[in-house]
Design a protein around this ligand. Sequence first.
Ligand SMILES: [Cu+2]
Length: 147
Amino acid sequence: MFRRLVAAASLLLMSSTAFAACSVDIDGNDAMQFNVKSIEVPKSCKDLIFNLTHSGKLAKSVMGHNWVRTKTRDMPSVATEGMVAGIENNYVKPTDARVITHTDVIGAGEKTSVAFSVSQLVADGDYSFFCSFPCHWSLMNGTLKLV
Ligand SMILES: [Cu+2]
């Protein structure tokens, strides 16, 4: 039932031309890798929809992935403090003002989405995204910029 609802929601998003050009699909796998290393956000988008999938076979307690966005300089400290916050907080310190957006942690075969307002980004801003599951951020990270 849940999967069917998620599939229906995805179809709705994909069928909307407004969202189609303003969305990013990214996948995490069991080798602790994202399939995207950089994201360019068009200035013309009002919101960016970020869709995260997990194409691996491992459970979220073992090889969970999320997507966290911060300024690049904040990434190491946010990742370290997120590890302590635990899976019940999706490895993100609650009310961490340095975290601009994040998804929940997902495991194999799951998907999740988050939307954020592109107006939060400045043109020359130095942003990164990463997975804050313990010890993943140094491999699972990339850059995000407004274009
Ligand atoms: Cu991860």
